[in-house]
Design a protein around this ligand. Structure first.
Ligand code: COA
Length: 325
């Protein structure tokens, strides 16, 4: 077995392996692999490898790892954190130490960057927020290697093929939900920097960098100020957004909703639900009938708007400091 770097040339065989193994539930597209594992500036090359089988051609498995490497002031994601974005070994090659070798190479590289805590998934430009719950074998394999289960998170889904859409929300206090206009971009980024200065600000900055115009953001305005937002994504969005990753599972288009956030000073007034309601309505009016919300820990909140758990993930992490050496 030989480890080779992951680059443009390895995209096709890695996607083929991925789709053979988990494509029934998580179908990968080459464009998505390129976006998340090649183009992402946070990939750690020294911790990202494809394992070539002894025939020198077949890809037996691969790992992609990341740390925060972007230079976008004032953003910092995951201080002291490293991520294993994806680790996969083909069924035919399991039980031969390949997974351990790939994980070992990734962990060693991350430690060399001073990483104190390693997370499975949840990276910038992640595929998964944790370990897909259906794979109990993967979870116990990681536990034997020092990873500790934290909690479950969910993707939730709503089918609107035969349902009536909700009314567009109306407010008695003069608030309104609108699509973000290009001239309000800076106001919107200032709102995110004030209320959600982490991952959601990062994703919005990247969205504009890749040509976004604002059509993917429903904002809630009150007295001329932005006090809440909900993102909506579809096939025409400038990046393949998390909640549309698994669109190939559907014959019709899949639309994404979220992230969703309301200014802490304006919560518990119905704004959060209203933003999702507006988001559903915008998607419905654009002809979208399958809706997914990814990575949430509050499925009961989304249940109020007809979303049910679709995929479950266990969050796992490991402290590198408890290890000897
Ligand atoms: C979650 C969030 C958007 C809710 O916004 P909000 O404007 O306070 O919510 P609403 O006033 O519309 O809530 C309406 C209902 O949802 C419930 N709800 C609100 N927050 C909830 C939560 N975190 N978990 C479960 N239910 C919640 C409320 O109790 C209320 O229920 P009721 O109608 O039975 O009384 C807001 O708390 C927030 O921005 N949180 C931080 C970001 C976040 O967690 N986003 C979601 C990640 S997937």
């Amino acid at each position: 077995m030989k480890l080779v770097p992951i680059n443009e040339h390895t995209i096709r065989p890695l996607c083929e392996l991925w789709n053979r193994e988990i494509g029934g539930e998580f179908p990968i597209r080459e464009a998505l692999f390129r976006q998340n594992s090649i183009r992402d500036a946070n990939v750690v090359e020294a911790g990202s490898w494809a394992a070539l089988a002894d025939d020198g051609q077949s890809v037996a498995g691969f790992v992609v790892s990341k740390i925060w490497r972007e230079q976008i002031e004032p953003l910092r994601l995951g201080e002291g954190m490293g991520w294993i974005s994806v680790l996969l070994v083909g069924t035919a090659w399991r039980g031969q130490g390949i997974g351990s070798r790939l994980l070992g190479a990734a962990e060693q590289a991350l430690r060399q960057y001073g990483v104190r805590q390693i997370h499975i998934g949840g990276d910038p430009w992640h595929y998964f927020p944790g370990v897909p719950k259906g794979d109990a074998q993967a979870a116990s394999w990681l536990e034997r290697r020092g990873y500790k289960y934290q909690n479950d998170v969910y993707d939730v889904y709503r089918n609107m093929m035969t349902e009536h859409p909700p009314d567009f929300p109306s407010f008695r206090d003069g608030a309104s939900c609108v699509l973000l206009s290009p001239e309000r971009k800076e106001d919107f980024l200032a709102f995110l920097e004030r209320c959600f200065p982490g991952r959601w600000l990062y994703e919005a900055v990247k969205y504009f960098e890749y040509g976004g115009t604002g059509r993917e953001f429903v904002v809630l305005e009150r007295e001329g100020e932005i006090v809440g937002f909900c993102r909506i994504n579809d096939a025409a969005s400038p990046v393949i957004a998390q909640n549309t990753y698994w669109a190939p599972l559907f014959r019709e288009e899949l639309g994404g909703i979220g992230p969703l956030g309301v200014d802490p000073d304006c919560r518990n007034r119905g704004y959060g639900l209203a933003l999702v309601q507006a988001a559903i309505r915008y998607q419905y009016d654009n002809g979208i009938r399958h809706l997914a919300i990814d990575w949430t820990g509050i499925p009961d909140f989304y249940r109020k708007l007809g979303f049910a758990p679709w995929k479950t993930y266990g969050v796992y992490c490991k402290s590198t400091q408890t290890e000897a050496g």
